[in-house]
Design a protein around this ligand. Structure first.
Ligand code: FAD
Length: 485
């Protein structure tokens, strides 16, 4: 009997939706299944948060600027697409970071891993912490491990082990760049579950991190050689990676690889409705209708909630995941106008400093490909959990306040050649305490009531690019399992 071709509708053309479609195609090809994939993206371009701008020879990222090399999903995808030879790492001469403390830039002590010291001397001699603060952090070595069961806040955990000074002056600003949120509300299990495991295994976070660092060194010399055989090229030796021409290279390569995926841009989905006899009608805002055997929702969770059938009451849970708004502000400078040694990747700013800027990247120092002829590119973050009003200010006001901070922290008074403000409203999902349990319970209810609808993306189990790709891989496998049952 002839098999009917099944249709999967993927909603959202960000990195999660694109990688879901990519791995669906791959799996269908491998299994010899004729699958129709339709990817609907509301915007006129793909990529979602991943948006590179080329202007006057500068490579500018409006959203993410790189991805973590150690989380292999992204690197593996680049290898499959044959673009791994275009990956670049950070400038080895600008790998340190500063923290603003009492209006001055202080170097982050060497060996500090998201606030946790792994080397004694740099930590003991840093001017960022008081003598009492350092002693308090040292108590981690003798404090008994916690009996706490279940999830807890990352801030509360770090404060218990290392004290509040380390949290406020080091961990909070370093993590703000990733989650833009309040450490004392963020879930430990959804952000840094390894901290809890290290405490349980080693009885101390510092001892655990030191052991982990030693192990990583050993592993870096042994299996990496095997993995990087003839078939796979050697990657740049860098914690973060991006492409010479910007992160959109990844988006464009995935799009160019599609053979079975019909990409529909400027196609917002309005509603998903159950079809008699199984499957779904996917109603588009332009009045069209798509028939689907399976649907993958990769939009932000508050958008996904609007699309689900009204009869599915648990969808309200998706609107309760908080999202923080941020903006990035780019300044491009002519050669020779910045009289400040750009010898690091930039600096982060603790909330207590009361600045508009939450972090600054000295982009052209960190990524040598982003500016030519000695010109300088810098990027600033504004907006964070509990302090988002700045994002709604007009461009001129945001630029004025960033310039003021720049003058007062680095003494920069030069006018930029141009500046660019990119607003990312409700862009940073906040994994608050209990997030993973709530997501799991939601997914189980959806599985029972809405079979064939799958959920992935930054609002669910990981927001970094590799985690989004990882969710794409998992979701593609789940969909194929459903369809071939
Ligand atoms: P999105 O990129 O949000 O994609 C969802 C897509 O769904 C969008 O394109 C949207 O238009 C579409 N959509 C919405 N509603 C509909 C609808 N009704 N119908 C059809 N389409 C719809 N991560 C890193 O790894 N490294 C970084 O350096 C980094 N920096 C970041 C900097 C900023 C400023 C931001 C905001 C995020 C950063 N992140 C970083 C996080 C990472 O970029 C995102 O978590 C990730 O790109 C999200 O991908 P996604 O596909 O899940 O969602």
């Amino acid at each position: 009997m002839e098999q009917q071709v099944k249709t999967v509708v993927v909603i959202g053309g960000g990195i999660t939706g694109l990688s879901t479609a990519y791995y669906l195609e791959k799996s269908a090809r491998e299994k010899g299944i004729d699958l129709r994939i339709c990817l609907c993206e509301a915007d006129d371009k793909l990529g979602g948060k991943v948006q590179t701008i080329h202007r006057d020879g500068f490579v500018i990222e409006a959203g993410p600027d790189s991805f973590l090399a150690r989380k292999v999903a992204a690197v593996n995808l680049c290898r499959e697409l044959g673009i791994d030879d275009e990956l670049v790492g950070t400038n080895p001469n600008a790998r340190k970071t500063y923290i603003l403390y009492q209006d001055k830039l202080h170097r982050i002590p060497q060996g500090l891993n998201i606030g946790v010291p792994t080397q004694f001397m740099p930590f003991a001699t840093t001017s960022l912490l008081s003598f009492g603060g350092k002693l308090r952090a040292g108590l981690d070595l003798i404090k008994p491990k916690s009996e706490h069961q279940g999830d807890q806040s990352l801030g509360a955990f770090l404060e218990r082990r290392l004290g509040s000074e380390v949290v406020d002056r080091l961990a909070e600003p370093l993590l703000a760049g990733i989650y833009a949120g309040d450490l004392r509300k963020l879930s430990m299990r959804a952000t840094f579950p390894q901290y809890e495991q290290l405490e349980q295994k080693h009885g101390s976070l510092i001892r655990g991190m030191v052991a982990q660092a030693k192990q990583a060194k050993v592993q870096a010399t042994a299996p990496a050689k095997q993995e990087q055989g003839e078939a796979s090229r050697k990657l740049p030796n860098s914690v973060f990676l991006t492409f010479r021409t910007g992160l959109r290279r990844l988006i464009e390569s995935i799009e160019a690889s599609f053979q079975q995926t019909e990409v529909r841009k400027q196609t917002a989905v309005e509603k998903i409705e159950a079809r008699d006899g199984g499957g779904y009608h996917v109603r588009l805002q332009n009045g069209d209708d798509l028939e689907a055997d399976a649907v993958v929702l990769t939009t932000p969770t508050f958008e996904a909630a609007k699309l689900l059938p009204d009869s599915f009451a648990p969808k309200a849970q998706l609107t309760q995941i908080p999202y923080v708004s941020v903006a990035t502000v780019v300044f491009a400078f002519e050669q020779g106008v910045i009289d400040f040694p750009l010898d690091a990747s930039g600096f982060v700013v603790p909330k207590k400093e009361g600045r508009t800027i939450t972090a600054a990247t000295w982009t052209s120092a960190k990524w040598l490909h982003t500016a030519q002829d000695g010109r300088v590119l810098m990027r600033f973050y504004v907006g964070r959990g509990g302090d988002e009003a700045i994002v709604d200010q007009p461009d001129e006001e945001i630029i004025r306040r960033v310039q003021k901070d720049l003058q007062e922290t680095m003494g920069v008074t030069a006018e930029p050649m141009f500046s660019l403000v990119s607003r990312w409203r409700r862009s940073m999902p906040q994994y608050t305490v209990g997030h993973l349990d709530r997501v799991q319970s939601f997914v189980e209810q959806a599985k029972a009531d809405l079979p064939g609808i799958h959920f992935a993306g930054a609002g669910f189990t990981g927001l970094g690019i590799p985690d989004c790709i990882g969710q794409g891989i998992q979701t593609a496998a789940d969909v194929m399992k459903d369809l071939t049952r």
